[in-house]
Design a protein around this ligand. Structure first.
Ligand SMILES: [Mn+2]
Length: 419
């Protein structure tokens, strides 16, 4: 029986400033591809964010390309769409380079018809499976694609069909990502046998409104503290292998574990800064960390003293001395009563503050453009703020960065930028 692998959000090149974690991202990819070869899959679908930026560091790319080539020599094909990370509106992506070299096939084959609608071509794999997909671009650029897509034509196509996409669905958005942009499941064409999703770093398989097997595998390893924390809490990372003939027969999750991850956690609630430091020393002294990625998270409100009174540099050194594979520290949720009192307000989450600020001020906007007023004005403001906060990517040239941000901003405001 034919089978394929569905992975997403690999983020090759992530953790640029942390060589051990960067290597683990590659190791996770190697492990996943080895498992695909062992399982004898016919092809691999990567639903976006294969790479962490459009031009990630080239040693990582070289490593990944060699691995893909090895799988190709075993007869395994690779089909991809861009994700929000490895797509650039203005410049080529490393994905294009690998496609040019024949290592993978991009699925987004779109032609704009005279009536303005978009036609999406299917790509047929040697196994007989028919695939098509839409990339995840930045800031809802892809939402327009879905609106213009001739879905009926895709729905009528006969055979075993896979739709590949990179984006969140309103209906399945995890609670902690409530601010994330999402589209309705209605945007996706109906009657495909499998929907290979990416973007959500949390695994799920669902069915809704005529779309069966809506699957998100989540990342193979991860790209930030939160992803690694999720693994440490027992949420396995990995990908799906799907057996099929005329329809999906089995969806199996395959775990990928390049390294054990340990989370050490301390609530500083009600402790003074010096008590917190002592408690951290104690935790570090008792922990066995060798050959593990260690996460240390400190949160809560200090009853006395400032967060800066705690010598995190020294705590870091004490952990490093015990030779973990790598170490990440997070104290962004640590506050102090003293500092809060000085600021005159209880700490609240940043995004809420921004939203509230916009909500309070939006009534002063007297724009003739309805999109910029009221609730939709708040949404536009939040999107714009988010776009402007986007940092320069590793290896991204300054002019590229500037024009990417300008273009994103113009897009949100609905302005055509002359280029
Ligand atoms: Mn991602």
């Amino acid at each position: 029986m034919p089978k394929f692998a569905h992975m997403s959000d690999i983020h090759i090149g992530a953790f640029g400033r942390n060589p051990e974690l960067k290597a683990l991202v590659l190791q996770a990819f190697d492990l996943a591809i080895d498992k695909c070869i062992d399982a004898g899959v016919d092809f691999v679908v990567i639903a976006g964010d294969t790479f962490d930026s459009n031009i990630p560091d080239l040693s990582s790319v070289r490593h990944a390309a060699a691995k893909i080539l090895k799988a190709k020599e075993q007869g395994i094909s690779f089909y991809v769409v861009y994700g929000s990370h490895d797509f650039s509106p203005n410049y080529s992506s490393i994905v294009d380079v690998l496609e040019g070299a024949g290592l993978l096939t991009k699925l987004e084959k779109v032609t704009r018809r005279e009536d303005g609608k978009l036609d999406l071509e299917f790509t047929t794999d040697d196994s007989g499976a028919k695939l098509c997909g839409i990339s995840g671009k930045k800031l809802g650029l892809d939402r327009l694609d879905y609106e213009l897509l001739d879905k009926e034509r895709l729905e009528k196509e006969e055979g075993f069909k896979i739709f590949v996409f990179h984006g969140a669905l309103e209906e399945y958005k995890p609670h902690d990502l409530s601010m994330m942009e999402a589209m309705s499941v209605d945007s996706l064409p109906k009657d495909f046998n499998y929907y290979a999703g990416g973007h959500i770093h949390q695994r799920s398989v669902n069915s809704l409104k005529g779309r069966r097997n809506l699957a998100y595998p989540g990342p193979l390893f991860g790209t930030d503290f939160r992803d690694l924390e999720s693994i440490a809490k027992g949420n396995e990372s990995g990908f799906y292998i799907v057996d099929f003939d005329k329809d999906v027969k089995r969806v199996e999750f395959v775990e990928v574990t390049p390294c054990r991850i340990l989370e050490l956690e301390l609530s500083a609630q009600g402790r003074t800064s010096s008590q917190t430091y002592a408690a951290l020393q104690d935790i570090v002294r008792r922990a066995t960390v060798e050959d593990q990625v260690v996460l240390l998270k400190v949160h809560g409100e200090l009853s006395q003293g400032k967060t800066s009174d705690i010598d995190f540099g020294s705590i870091r050194k004490q952990i490093q001395a015990k030779k973990p594979t790598s170490f990440l520290l997070s104290y962004s949720q640590l506050t102090s009563r003293e500092q809060s009192a000085q600021a005159g307000a209880k700490p609240i989450s940043q995004s809420l503050t921004e939203k509230e600020t916009f909500e309070q001020r939006i009534s002063t906007v007297a724009s003739p453009e309805p999109r910029l007023r009221g609730a939709s004005g708040v949404q536009v403001s939040l999107s714009l703020l988010k776009a402007l906060k986007d940092e320069r990517r590793e290896n991204e040239l300054k002019p590229d960065y500037q024009s990417r941000i300008e273009k994103a901003g113009a897009n949100i405001l609905g302005l055509e930028k002359n280029s």
